[in-house]
Design a protein around this ligand. Structure first.
Ligand SMILES: [Zn+2]
Length: 119
């Protein structure tokens, strides 16, 4: 099964359904509570118990550039990142989705604007 939003692989028992879409947990939470403030530490500790296999995932050049930008800016709107990298917003969205699933970046709403920042 694949997430209808970010196209990530979802395990059988981890998929969520919302308005007829199959969503991964991340996207489901986004849909459900887009304005809710993140609690990165709660998520971090929850996940570090269930994972911890230490596998490292290779990043593409564009993905490491995104991380570099986020490191320098402390978080930026997707539009700004896309402009810096000179890629289209939909290309950026795909990269961000991948990075989210690698637990490298998170999305957050600041004053009603979506901001991407490091995990
Ligand atoms: Zn998803």
């Amino acid at each position: 099964m694949r997430c209808d939003k970010c196209n990530a692989n979802i395990k059988e028992n981890e998929g969520r359904e919302l308005h007829g879409q199959n969503l991964c947990e991340d996207c489901y939470m986004d849909r459900l509570s887009p304005a809710k403030a993140c609690d990165p530490w709660a998520v971090f500790s929850a996940k570090s118990f269930s994972k911890g296999d230490g596998t490292s995932v290779a990043m593409t050049e564009i993905q490491s550039k995104i991380l570099q930008i986020l490191k320098e800016t402390g978080g930026a709107a997707p539009g700004i990142i896309a402009e810096k990298l000179q890629i289209t917003p939909s290309d950026l969205e795909r990269e961000i989705a991948t990075l989210r699933h690698m637990e490298k970046v998170r999305g957050e709403l600041r004053q009603g604007e979506k901001i991407i920042h490091l995990w």
